[in-house]
Design a protein around this ligand. Structure first.
Ligand code: NFS
Length: 654
């Protein structure tokens, strides 16, 4: 076993993570002499200049470094100011984040086209109603057309999401009218993702766009091309092909691994590969094969975002979030770790080697040195999945490692969607967002928050997520979640209706009446688009203003780390959300570019950015914003009255 050079292990495992299963595995890794990401992360001292984006390496006259403490003292060799440097760096982060989601969305569209054109036989359309609803939402006439024809027309229309060079991205039609008008007026209505990313990359070349006020337009257009483009295409088409989730009970945490089973973890972002694995793992041939080798069966579990999707759609157990992907291998119980794209740490290769786990890459976009590559193709999924199953069974049969599985497991309800929220609050006959809006107007629900995104080993894993969400619900803020944040709260036991008493009096009353948890899990990171649709439906329902920026809502990525998270944050801001990031932000507070992001955009009628490290401070900032919006809508008084009523009622009862 190897120990990485130069990594000093000082902090206790409790300082690294809130997750007890991950603590146990971190302890074991240290005993075994294996260094995993949680220790590498704490030991890394980030470059203080790069951390706040005060350096530029866009050309080879540099790299140029400015002084973060006195950012206007110097300029780059070409004369670039701190504002240009920060804006260009931010732009490239957004370009990468948006490109990642759009590449994923384009891939999902390719699969959908293969199905409707009859070339791909192993997948099908699972939700015809949703297909028709989505088609209608972007103006496709469905009357008298069969499923295949509607599918084909939807395909051709959504292709524009990526290939348009002018015109408007199809799903932007689903945004509130006022917001669409604003995007047009400000020249940030996204056209096609490829052209937006290309233009942003070109404008950030040395000697091109050197006014941060002009760069922000293309930054915003590229970010919107993510949220209202590739991410939304991925969510909607995945629902159509694999089924729209509805509340499903699922187990979360490392206790989902079973010592006497062949354990296979799928970790990544492509639901098609996971769906293919699920079908193959249920094949009696492989189950018999596993039994012949002494196993009780095959145990397929997920991690990270595609894991969150499979949990929502099929109740597939989930072993943990981004911060636990290396730690879970330390159990010795993982026979195969199967990965596709995005958020896959290269460090997995070394840890997998130490514990004799099969690390298998499956996507042509993501190979890892030291891993076995078995490519997954939708037109012949079994070619890949069957090889994986054989390798995992063989590894089970020759297990040499001692096995230690943390006995931590938590049940939760996952799989809420904007469609289900509509049904849950309104019922089949009067489904709609009116009951939610009414509860916001009468003050039982103070506002709605989206809490999403990664974990980051710069802070104690899960801690900021959990503290923040607890504080929000205590203050009657309904919380919608996705991705690794949702898993953090699921492990903490908040995704169950029984968590209602942790909420404030108004929210808990609504939860108890409806039988829902105060924290609703919506799925993976691309499923953040469900929050955009839900917010648009709230505007449409009436009583809460004319655009998303009027709503008493806020968003947060408490432990963000990726460029995708920045792209998501920017599309939320440009859709009207106040969006707070934990950890830190790649700008310097005293710069004009920072001021534009944190104040200027709001003055233009959009949302704005916020940043704070402490979860209680973040909660205060989000609640203050929600209250500001309530006051602007004139519904702040209603809430005061409701709260007096509630406490009066309690007084009477005591
Ligand atoms: Ni989203 Fe962060 Fe990754 Fe998913 Fe998890 S780390 S930006 S939540 S798995 S994409």
């Amino acid at each position: 076993m190897t120990k990485e050079k130069g990594v000093k292990i000082q902090a206790s495992v409790q300082d690294r993570t809130m997750c007890e299963a991950t603590q146990q595995m971190l302890e074991k890794a240290r005993r075994d002499g294996v260094v995993i990401d949680l220790d590498r992360g704490y030991d890394m001292k980030p470059c203080p200049i790069g951390e706040v984006s005060a350096c530029c390496k866009h050309c080879y006259m540099g790299p140029c470094r400015l002084n973060p403490r006195d950012p206007y003292k110097k300029v780059g060799v070409c004369g670039a100011t701190i504002d240009t440097i920060e804006a260009r760096n931010f732009a490239r982060n957004i370009a990468t984040g948006s490109a990642s989601h759009n590449d994923h969305g384009r891939h999902i569209l390719g699969l959908f086209r293969g199905i409707v054109e009859g070339r791909i036989k192993d997948f099908s359309i699972a939700d015809v109603l949703k297909l028709e609803k989505v088609a209608k939402s972007i103006g496709i006439e469905i009357e008298g057309k069969d499923v295949q024809q509607v599918g084909l027309e939807l395909c051709n229309e959504l292709e524009k999401t990526f290939s348009n060079v002018d015109g408007e991205m199809p799903f932007t039609k689903r945004a509130p009218k006022v917001l669409q008008e604003q995007w047009r007026k400000d020249g940030i209505m996204p056209r096609g993702a490829m052209v937006e990313v290309m233009e942003l990359m070109s404008r950030t070349h040395i000697g091109c766009d050197q006014d941060y006020n002009n760069l922000i337009t293309q930054i915003s257009r590229t970010a919107l091309a993510d949220g209202w483009g590739g991410s939304m295409v991925a969510t909607e088409l995945s629902d159509i092909m694999f089924g729209t989730p509805s509340p499903t009970l699922a187990d979360v945490n490392m206790g989902v691994l079973k010592e006497d089973y062949v354990n296979i973890i799928v970790h990544g972002h492509e639901p098609a590969m996971f769906e293919g694995m699920l079908a193959a793992a249920n094949d009696s041939f492989f189950i018999d094969e596993a039994k012949a080798k002494g196993a009780s069966g095959i145990n397929l579990v997920g991690m990270c975002c595609s894991g969150a999707e499979m949990m929502s759609r099929h109740g597939v157990p989930h072993a943990g979030n981004f911060g636990s992907t290396e730690a879970v291998v330390v159990t010795g119980a993982v026979d195969a770790m199967v990965v596709d794209i995005q958020c896959i740490k290269q460090g997995l290769a070394e840890v997998a080697k130490c514990y004799d786990t099969q690390l298998i890459t499956t996507n042509p976009r993501c190979h890892i040195e030291g891993a076995t590559h078995i490519e997954f193709e939708e037109k012949d999924p079994r070619e890949c999945t069957d090889q994986i199953l054989s390798k995992a069974i063989a590894r089970y049969a020759s297990r040499k490692m001692p096995i230690e599985i943390p006995q931590k497991i938590q049940q939760g309800v996952h799989g809420f969607t904007h469609e289900y929220i509509e049904y849950m609050l309104g019922g089949t006959f009067r489904g709609g967002y009116t009951p939610l809006n009414d509860n916001i107007i009468n003050g039982r629900i103070r506002g709605v928050a989206g809490v999403v995104g990664c974990t980051n080993p710069k802070v104690k894993q899960d801690w900021v997520h959990i503290e923040l969400v607890k504080e929000l619900i205590k203050n009657d803020v309904l919380v919608l979640q996705t991705g690794c944040s949702q898993i953090a709260l699921a492990k903490a036991g908040l995704l169950v209706p029984e968590a209602a008493p942790l909420a404030g009096p108004g929210l808990s009353e609504v939860c108890e009446t409806v039988g829902m948890p105060p924290v609703l899990g919506l799925g993976s990171c691309v499923d953040n688009t469900r929050i955009l649709i839900a917010a648009s439906a709230m505007v449409e329902s009436g009583g809460l203003g004319n655009t998303i920026a009027d709503l008493p809502v806020a968003g947060c990525a408490p432990e963000w780390m990726s460029e995708k998270a920045l792209a998501i944050g920017q599309y939320f801001v440009m859709s009207g959300f106040y969006t707070v990031f934990g950890i830190g932000f790649p700008t310097i507070k005293e710069t004009k570019f920072h001021d534009l992001l944190f104040n200027g955009l709001e003055q233009q009628g959009y949302g704005r950015w916020g940043v704070a490290k402490d979860p209680h401070k973040i909660a205060q900032m989000m609640i203050a914003h929600i209250d500001k919006k309530r006051a602007a809508l004139g519904i702040d008084k209603a809430r005061e009255r409701t709260l007096v009523d509630m406490s009066d009622r309690r007084d009477l009862a005591s």
